[in-house]
Design a protein around this ligand. Structure first.
Ligand SMILES: NC(=O)C1=CN([C@@H]2O[C@H](COP(=O)(O)OP(=O)(O)OC[C@H]3O[C@@H](n4cnc5c(N)ncnc54)[C@H](O)[C@@H]3O)[C@@H](O)[C@H]2O)C=CC1
Ligand SMILES: O=C(O)C(=O)COP(=O)(O)O
Length: 588
């Protein structure tokens, strides 16, 4: 196979350079020139590509009760389907009709959910902190963003932790039940004091820190274990960071505040209970899975653990017959940590994060740039974002057997300092442009790198730092695909909008909109008519036509813009016109 390099170059996309054409409706941008170069000759054939349409108003499935503020916000911009208590099967069925899903901790967003969505689901909003109920790997693979409200319920969770701590120490729940049952057991429910006791906070993050602060206010001696927490943050509130073993061996009370991960799963187990001080009391408002629940029952029965106060369980709701739930030294709440009026008001606006789905055009809707600066993308990168995808699309369509693309080099020429320009979104869009035309994979900012890697496409980026005013973010983007066989030997450049102005040594003038047919032929009368009449026969509107030639009756390149997509048969007929030596159909 002959190898070649396909290179597309946009020398300038500076709004100031030209006022001739806009790439998007707002703001008005123009491109001074587009330069496309390929080397090598390819076979004569064409490809037809389809693009999927997108609904104007997205549908958001709210699968768990959300605060009114969040719902109202959503209803203004989206079709909102509030369906609570769905079975996994019902969720899998509904999800194929939804662009976004909002959940709390009670909905398992499994791989099947993403698979069932058929690529439509673009964002999962978690109205709360823990995202252990969402299969993040599957979300990434399916190009779906997961957003949460990481601080909204911190205080609520911490307050619930303190409530459980105090209620457990003073047997509030058991004493309450016994009084209601007509008993008056003042000796049975003698509690223990908190003041002067050692509390080990396991997981010194947002909730853990707030619990520590409050426990100090109650006169407790607070230590903490967290392998990732900075010692100065702990020191600042008078908390000593210690090792795991030291924490559990010295604590009178242990309060759990780490996330559920493969590392923290069943962190408290037979072995670790064995290292604890006899009579320790445990509070868990983190996740049930961080405790081996059967081991906890054994530790309670043996007296190692005197009491436990649990808000969370491995399986929620737990079985009513659960030995743990029924244990007389255990008090339980039904995952109420975040359930305050105030916290629910604060988590509800997570729904606002799905609004970019609605507010921006389909171009940006596809990339969902939550974790790049939306402002930057909208205000200055937007035209480049669109262009980047088009460059990727063009490049791959000029390559014979697009799936053979393995090595892509992107060169950005800019007067901006490298850290003043976030190119992730551009790289993602180039990847999208390269991969989508040759596969059924939906690519966006979330899964672009993953998808490229999975398909063995290596994308390297290079910066050319230019002198001069860094006002415009970019002077040029160049996409080069290495070691591939080119289908069409050509090159492009010049003026105005995004225009194709040169094909090899042939000057043409073509707007890069809609679709383009590029033909190389021997210059002769009647060529335009022949192609035009084939297109006319099936009512395909020609938006422009441009012929570039070296000399009369010698080699020429004809670029024909079409508003509608010609049928395969028409394209085949064009390709078969005897004078046409090279032919390609490019869908932009
Ligand atoms: N019961 C409820 O309704 C609520 C439960 N939560 C849960 O509380 C937990 C903590 O939430 P935040 O404080 O907001 O999270 P965070 O991310 O601020 O803090 C978690 C801390 O755990 C630490 N950590 C990670 N691995 C650890 C390990 N192996 N040992 C010790 N520490 C480790 C991290 O370094 C981090 O500092 C989460 O699981 C969250 O889902 C949060 C809010 C409400
Ligand atoms: O935010 C969290 O991590 C919680 O556990 C709160 O869960 P919820 O939103 O009340 O189902």
């Amino acid at each position: 196979m002959a190898t070649s390099t396909t290179s597309l170059n946009v020398p300038s996309l500076n709004p100031k350079l030209s006022s001739s054409l806009s790439i998007s409706s707002t703001p008005q941008f123009s491109v001074s020139s587009l330069n496309l170069r390929t080397h090598g000759r390819g076979t004569r054939r064409f490809i037809v590509l389809a693009t999927a349409g997108l609904d104007a108003k997205p549908t958001v499935l709210v699968a768990e009760k959300l605060g009114a503020a969040g719902l109202d916000l959503l209803k203004e911009f989206a079709n909102v389907d509030c369906s609570y208590n769905l079975s996994p099967e019902e969720l899998n069925t509904k999800i194929s009709l939804c662009d976004a899903l909002i959940v709390r901790s009670g909905t398992k967003v499994s791989r099947e959910v993403f698979e069932s969505s058929g690529g439509r689901l673009k964002v999962v909003g978690r109205a709360g902190v823990g995202i252990d109920n969402v299969d993040l790997a599957a979300a990434t693979e399916h190009g779906c963003l997961v957003v949460n409200a990481p601080t909204a319920n911190t205080v609520a969770a911490a307050e619930h932790g303190i409530a459980l701590l105090a209620a457990m120490a003073r047997n509030v729940a058991q004493a309450d039940a016994s009084v209601k049952a007509g008993k008056w057991l003042r000796n049975k429910y003698v509690g223990v004091s908190l003041v002067g006791k050692t509390l080990a906070v396991m997981g010194f993050g947002k909730v853990g820190t707030e619990v520590a602060r409050r426990a100090k206010g109650l006169g407790m001696h607070v230590i903490a274990h967290d392998p990732y927490a900075p010692a100065d943050r702990a020191r600042a509130i008078g908390v000593e960071l210690v090792t795991f073993d030291e924490a559990i061996a010295t604590a009178d009370f242990i309060s759990l505040h780490m996330p559920l991960t493969p590392t923290t799963s069943k962190m408290l187990n037979d072995e670790t209970f064995g290292k604890m001080k006899k009579g320790v009391r445990i509070v868990n408002v983190a996740r049930g899975g961080v405790i081996d629940e059967e081991a906890l029952v054994r530790a309670l029965d043996s007296g190692i653990v005197a009491q436990a106060a649990l808000d969370v369980f491995t399986k929620e709701p737990p079985s009513p017959e659960s030995k743990l739930v029924q244990h007389e030294n255990v008090i339980v709440t039904p995952h109420l940590g975040a359930s305050t009026v105030e916290a629910q008001c604060l988590v509800a606006p997570v729904s606002s994060l799905v609004l970019p789905l609605v507010n921006h055009g389909s171009d940006l809707r596809d990339i969902m740039p939550f974790h790049v600066s939306l402002q930057q993308v909208l205000s200055e990168l937007k035209p480049y974002v669109i262009l980047a995808e088009k460059l990727g699309r063009l490049a791959v369509q000029l390559v014979t057997g697009g799936s053979g693309v393995k090595s892509v080099k992107v060169t950005y020429a800019s007067a901006r300092a490298p850290d003043d320009l976030d190119t992730r979104v551009l790289r993602a869009m180039i990847t999208k442009g390269i991969i989508e035309p040759i596969s059924s994979v939906f690519v966006n900012l979330v899964n672009a790198d993953f998808t490229a890697k999975q398909r063995g496409v290596r994308i390297t980026e290079e910066r050319i730092v230019l002198d001069g005013s860094p006002e415009a973010p970019l002077e040029s983007i160049q996409v080069q695909i290495a070691n591939v066989e080119s289908k069409f030997a050509s090159a492009i450049s010049d003026t105005g909008e995004i225009r194709l102005t040169r094909v090899g040594s042939f000057e043409v003038d073509v707007s890069l909109e809609g679709s383009i047919i590029l033909c190389r032929q021997v210059d002769q009368p009647g060529m335009i008519g022949k192609v035009g009449s084939i297109l006319g026969q099936e009512n395909v509107n020609v938006s422009f036509m441009s012929v570039g030639r070296i000399a009369p009756r010698k080699q020429a390149v004809m670029a024909i813009g079409v508003d509608d997509q010609p049928s395969k048969q028409s394209l085949q007929r064009i390709g078969e016109i005897p004078a046409i030596e090279e032919f390609v159909f490019l869908k932009l």
